[in-house]
Design a protein around this ligand. Structure first.
Ligand SMILES: O=C(O)C(=O)C[C@]1(C(=O)O)C=C[C@@H](O)C=C1
Length: 299
């Protein structure tokens, strides 16, 4: 194998113990790993060529899309998606080892906004008085709790607990059992991804479609262009263009790889309607599950 393939520089939303790092560990056996404090910092590093590959969250089963990732990808950087990995998410309530529930109530709960949203019912029932404090990641929340001597807690995974010397006060506090997050892998220059030996569950393609202003039935016609070609869409979402109220674009996930017949046909049909279509990536989709070798990290 050429040295460059082994020596990939891979960045991710860190610090240690984030769910994004779990996705990275599930995907890559080797490489030079760098954690970034925020999603934009990670994507900027890929765009600037400081790293070859970036891994960031894009969608959670309970809370929906990670808008920061979508907006940054569509407005600020030009980075094709080259793979995705879906990871099971188990949120736990983490405290310092010396926290005594008999003595003190928890005054503050720290975590990433998506993690807090996944546990709203639990927090509402059990810690209605606690202040919710938002952090750049669950890993960062665990660090804050580890560094503090106050009766505070973090929401995060078991790796964040282990790696920050915290105790799990309550396991599995997410409000819905079927909790998963999808992470995307982006690259500026396509480079062979030295991914662990996974079999993709499917091949997918993501496109961004911009509609003309005030065109009756435009979205219906966009969807029809995919439908009559029997192209299966697994997600459609609108996001603001950020150019004024009412201006939106659509992100569409299609359950098949890009090809030179159907996709150019869709594109030509959409152009005739005054729409534009941009390819955001065509890529293998992987899923981490507990039976996958080396991937027990998500347990
Ligand atoms: O904070 C982390 O651990 C992350 O990797 C981010 C993130 C997210 O943005 O959705 C990832 C998975 C969980 O859904 C909660 C938080």
């Amino acid at each position: 194998m050429p040295e460059s393939e082994n020596n990939q520089k891979i960045g991710y939303l860190g610090p240690r113990g984030t769910f994004t790092k779990m996705a990275v560990d599930a995907l890559f056996e080797e490489g030079e790993f760098t954690s970034y404090e925020t999603i934009p910092a990670c994507l900027d590093a890929v765009e600037a060529g400081e790293i070859d590959t970036g891994v960031v969250p894009i969608e959670n089963a309970i809370e929906g899309s990670v808008h920061l990732t979508i907006d940054y990808l569509t407005h600020h950087v030009d980075l094709p998606i080259v793979a995705e990995m879906t990871v099971p998410i188990k949120q736990h309530l983490l405290v310092r080892g010396d926290y005594d529930p008999e003595k003190d109530g928890i005054t503050e709960v720290y975590s990433h906004s998506h993690a807090i949203a996944q546990c709203h019912q639990y927090l509402h029932k059990n810690y209605p008085e606690a202040e919710l404090c938002y952090t750049s990641s669950t890993g960062r929340a665990a660090e804050i709790v580890a560094e503090s001597d106050k009766p505070i807690a973090a929401i995060g995974n078991h790796l964040a607990a282990e790696q920050n010397g915290l105790t799990i006060l309550q396991h599995d506090i997410h409000d819905y059992a079927n909790n998963h997050t999808r992470f995307i892998v982006v690259q500026k220059q396509p480079k062979t991804l030295n991914i662990r030996d996974h079999i993709p569950t499917k091949q997918k393609t993501m496109v961004m479609v911009t509609l003309p202003k005030d065109y009756a039935g435009a979205l219906h016609q966009v969807l029809a262009a995919f439908a009559w070609r029997k192209m299966n869409l697994s997600k459609i979402e609108s996001r603001p263009m950020k150019t004024g109220l009412g201006n939106y674009f659509f992100l569409i996930d299609i359950d098949q790889p890009y090809d030179q017949v159907l996709f150019p046909g869709v594109e030509a049909e959409l152009e005739a309607l005054g729409c534009s279509l941009k390819l955001l990536g065509t890529y293998p989709s992987f899923e981490l599950n507990v039976s996958t070798p080396n991937l027990q990290a998500a347990e």
